[in-house]
Design a protein around this ligand. Structure first.
Ligand SMILES: [Zn+2]
Length: 360
């Protein structure tokens, strides 16, 4: 996916939609996508919905695919079970305008530079949604990162979510649904998007020109997020895994706290810029560590090796099994998870790394 952007006359950057696509091209989520397609065909789509799930798994693309299916001029319809009941053609005027984010009936609201969605933004879309669609059959209002709606903005949206204008559909996208007001949540049925499987991510990467080996290695450390896999440089994810693998091996080699703290420095590789980028760097090492520990668990329980997320480093995994099988592995996994949560809450990278190496 390419990020296209144009600069408006007033200096604002306008991001063109990242290749919006029909249902059939959405990676993974077959059951949810099938459900959306069926609801569009049978005109039973609820007028207000929450798409919940981790970042980068395709929630926004699924919302845009829904907008296309609702407004496509020449939709593909099928009565074959196993097939999508209805899907956008992807090439008509309506589909291409939605893909380019210039369709007058598809309104996308997202946080501004200050990171929140203000009440004025909501008032504007509520007003616009009250009119009949200009061109299409259904107006679709997509609120991306809906958890960024300030409480007053959520309250301004409530009445509309409760009794949406007849031709409008509201889709609230969020990775943190629990941050939304209970009154908002109770009015919108929730579709939960799961992390993508490594196989889905690898296939999507291969389709974008990565080699099979590289795609599998990147998919293993992307933590179920195709967005993350695409954004991160492939080589960086593989490097993160090497750091994680070494840290686990170091901890296996010595119980001496001083030596372990010494080893924490390796875990902090490529940090030093300070702030959020350091936390993100350490987090990428820790996500790679979680992926390795999951595989160690798989190997130690003699599960099918085809289920490994990191099959290309199986010999190294086998060595780690000797230390991390059973309870120690579970403890290590829990510790890594806690470390990631601490980073999420802005804990310092050195404190987190030092603490973690003592827990492994
Ligand atoms: Zn179309």
């Amino acid at each position: 996916m390419s990020h296209a952007a144009i600069i408006a006359a007033n200096g604002d950057t306008i991001h063109l939609e990242r290749s919006a696509m029909p249902f059939r091209d959405v990676v993974g989520h077959r059951r949810l996508v099938g459900l959306l397609s069926r609801s569009v065909r049978r005109e039973s789509l609820p007028p207000s919905l929450i798409f919940a799930g981790p970042d980068g798994v395709g929630k926004r693309l699924a919302a845009l695919a829904t907008a296309q299916a609702l407004n496509c001029i020449a939709p593909l319809v099928s009565d074959v079970p196993e097939q999508m009941e209805i899907d956008a053609c992807g090439v008509c005027a309506a589909c291409t305008r939605i893909a380019r984010n210039v369709h007058p009936d598809i309104l996308i609201v997202e946080p501004g530079d200050n990171g929140s969605i203000k009440i004025d933004q909501v008032r504007e879309i509520v007003e616009r949604a009250a009119y009949r669609p200009f061109e299409g059959r259904r107006r679709v209002v997509i609120v991306d990162q809906a958890d960024a709606l300030v409480p007053a903005a959520q309250n301004a949206l409530l009445k509309t979510l409760e009794e949406p204008p007849s031709a409008s559909v509201f889709i609230l996208i969020t990775s943190r649904p629990d941050v939304l007001l209970p009154t908002v949540r109770s009015r919108c049925p929730r579709l939960s998007f799961r992390p993508l499987g490594p196989a889905d991510i690898a296939a999507a990467l291969e389709a974008r020109g990565h080699s099979e080996a590289e795609a599998r290695a990147v998919a293993a450390t992307a933590d179920g997020s195709l967005g993350r896999a695409l954004e991160a440089h492939a080589g960086e994810l593989v490097e993160a895994r090497e750091v994680a693998q070494q840290a686990l091996a170091d901890a296996a080699a010595s119980d001496d706290p001083r030596r372990r703290i010494e080893g924490a420095k390796n875990l902090l590789a490529k940090t030093g810029a300070g702030g959020a980028s350091d936390r993100e760097q350490l987090a990428s090492h820790l996500r790679a560590m979680e992926s390795l520990l999951r595989d160690v668990e798989l190997l130690s329980t003699r599960a099918d090796v085809r289920a490994l997320a990191n099959p290309d480093v199986q010999p190294a995994l086998e060595r780690l099994v000797r230390t991390y099988e059973g309870e120690r592995g579970m403890r290590a996994f829990t510790a890594v998870d806690r470390a990631l949560m601490a980073l999420d809450r802005n804990a310092g990278v050195k404190i987190v790394a030092d603490w973690l190496v003592l827990q492994l």
